[in-house]
Design a protein around this ligand. Structure first.
Ligand code: 6PG
Length: 249
């Protein structure tokens, strides 16, 4: 697993500071090289502090918001104004506060039945790749943020054997129960995630320590979704707080 790097931090504050710096570096580099920054965000509580930090100085002024394209790694099948919406979380924390052109916000349509939202998102991504003249059928994301649940799920890819759809489709509809969050979901699949230039896992909390240790130190089972994230060419980095890293060597 030489290609996976992990870094530990005293707490979520330090972890988020580091993640904010990394987002800025990655954004600046993407804009310098390709004129735009393709950024995939995650839901969950862990990235909230990072999101809030990025709209504060010095990031607020330095992030290339007008060249940033927003995507989501997963979404719950709820309307965009509903409490459980991953889009809403980012809208309130970031999009309402900085000058991102509306045409650069690619949300998953949670108000649709999940299978339709999944198909619609795949089509949107495919046509973007065509417009941009990308070699592959879908955009190559510059930075993907992911979280991990204590059961090893990531985005909305949940434990269990890998479905045929996940192996073959860019997006899938999923039904999964986790912490009273909405059960109908849409997720990108490793087919897209694993082509990204960089993926950052943000993981904090003692309840995740066992799963972190399984995924990062053992020959992790493919049944654990976080272990299915393996980049083809890019950089995969896990940012862990002390509690989540406590069982690592
Ligand atoms: C979601 C997420 C999900 C999340 C993990 C971790 O939509 O629920 O994208 O994969 O990242 O459940 O969530 P926490 O950060 O709240 O632990």
């Amino acid at each position: 697993m030489a290609e996976i790097e992990y870094k530990r931090f005293v707490d979520l504050v330090e972890l988020s500071d580091y993640a904010a710096r990394l987002c800025l570096v990655q954004a600046e580099e993407a804009v310098a090289q390709r004129g735009r920054f393709l950024w995939v965000l995650s839901g969950g509580g862990t990235p909230q502090r990072l999101y809030e930090q990025l709209v504060q100085p010095p990031y607020r002024e330095r992030m290339p918001w007008e060249q940033t394209f927003f995507f989501w790694g997963d979404e719950r099948a709820v309307p965009p104004e509903a409490e459980g919406s991953n889009y809403r979380q980012v809208k309130l924390a970031i999009l309402d506060k900085v000058p991102v052109p509306a045409s650069q916000i690619y949300r998953i349509q949670g108000e649709l039945p999940a299978h339709l939202a999944a198909a619609d998102y795949a089509a949107q991504l495919h046509s973007l790749a065509q417009v941009w003249g990308e070699e592959s059928p879908f955009p190559t994301f510059d930075l993907v943020l992911l979280g991990m649940g204590e059961d090893g799920h990531t985005a909305s890819l949940f434990p269990g054997s890998v479905s045929q759809a996940e192996r073959t489709q860019p997006t899938i509809a999923v039904t999964a129960h986790y912490q009273n969050r909405p059960a109908q979901r849409v997720s990108l699949t490793p087919l897209l995630f694993n082509q990204a230039r960089q993926i950052l896992f943000l993981v904090a909390g003692a309840n995740k320590a066992e799963m972190v240790a399984q995924i990062l130190t053992e020959q992790a089972s493919e049944d654990l979704p976080a272990s299915r994230i393996r980049l083809t060419n890019g950089q995969l980095t896990w940012l862990l707080d002390q509690a989540a890293a406590r069982l690592l060597p």
